[in-house]
Design a protein around this ligand. Structure first.
Ligand code: DHB
Ligand code: FE
Length: 285
């Protein structure tokens, strides 16, 4: 049986990818940010998953205003890093897990979440920057990845509650897969940021950290956060945080299991326009 052993949460700022790709991680501006991931890289070495179910958002790269799936699951065998305007990032291609992805699609759709099936797409910084933060610069990514794209760009975007409940359905799907697989679920994007308009550059440390407290200790309350709170308190792109609730909803305590262990928590401002949040939770069953 496949199992979700841990969830990882991290922001996904494109400039972080550029800093890694251009060898700037040791610069004074970036050093404190990357230091926050030293533990995580080591942790991942000793807790190497077979598959990461990676919840992220596409930034008008694979999709556009012409086609806006609310939830899209990647069932392909591989995905190429996207060209977002400066050429594709020099990172390995992403190897999928079509069998597990198809199984999850089957199970979750029968559980009344209507997913879009994606058999071909390129993956942008939303997916590749979290991989780089957690894995560094390997010749190939050390596990398979199921990309799961969420629309947080064009309203109406899904509610936090919907995302949280979807996470529960994903855990059930993973646990009904026959093969013994160690699966992690990653929720990415956030935290405070607003990239345009009069409030561009907005950062709200207090709100971000209170939300992290809730995510960890009272995920029901985090799931109940209305859209307007994210946008008012953490800026227009702060809404990316609803994606973390998919990962949190897939943890065992949500359905009466034991509380997860907080292995790591990190918060840093700024990275480009964004407050970076990062948490690792380990399941205890
Ligand atoms: C930035 C952050 C993002 O999440 C994003 O998708 C694009 C840009 C930024 O802070 O620059
Ligand atoms: Fe983003």
């Amino acid at each position: 049986m496949a199992r979700i052993t841990a969830s990882v949460y991290t922001s996904h700022v494109p400039a972080i990818g550029a800093a890694i790709d251009q060898g700037k991680t040791g610069e004074a501006y970036w050093q404190p940010l990357f230091k926050g991931y030293d533990f995580s890289k080591q942790w991942l070495e000793t807790n190497k998953p077979d598959v990461v179910f990676l919840v992220y958002n596409d930034h008008a790269t694979a999709f556009s205003l012409e086609l806006i799936p609310t939830f899209a699951i990647g069932t392909a065998a591989q995905y190429n890093p996207a060209d977002e305007g400066w050429g594709p990032r020099p990172v390995p291609k992403v190897i999928g897990h079509p069998e597990l992805a198809s199984h999850i699609a089957q199970s979750v759709i029968q559980d009344d979440f209507d997913l879009t099936i994606v058999n071909r797409m390129d993956v942008d910084h939303g997916l590749t920057v979290p991989l780089s933060l957690m894995c560094g610069q390997p010749g190939e990514w050390p596990f398979k990845v199921i990309p799961f794209a969420v629309n947080v760009v064009q309203y109406p975007v899904p509610s936090g509650r919907r995302c949280y409940n979807l996470g529960k359905a994903i855990r059930k799907a993973v646990e009904s897969f026959d093969e013994d697989l160690n699966v992690q679920i990653w929720g990415t994007g956030g935290m405070s940021h607003q990239l345009q308009g009069a409030r561009a550059g907005l950062i709200n440390r207090d709100w971000d950290n209170q939300w992290l407290d809730k995510l960890i200790d009272d995920p029901e309350a985090a799931a109940g956060t209305p859209h307007i709170d994210y946008v008012r308190e953490s800026g227009s792109e702060g809404i990316e945080l609803v994606m973390w609730l998919i990962a949190r909803g897939a943890m065992a305590d949500v359905d009466g299991g034991p509380k997860p262990t907080v292995k790591h928590r990190f918060y840093h401002v700024p990275a480009s326009n964004t407050a970076v949040g990062h948490v690792i939770l380990e399941n205890n069953r």
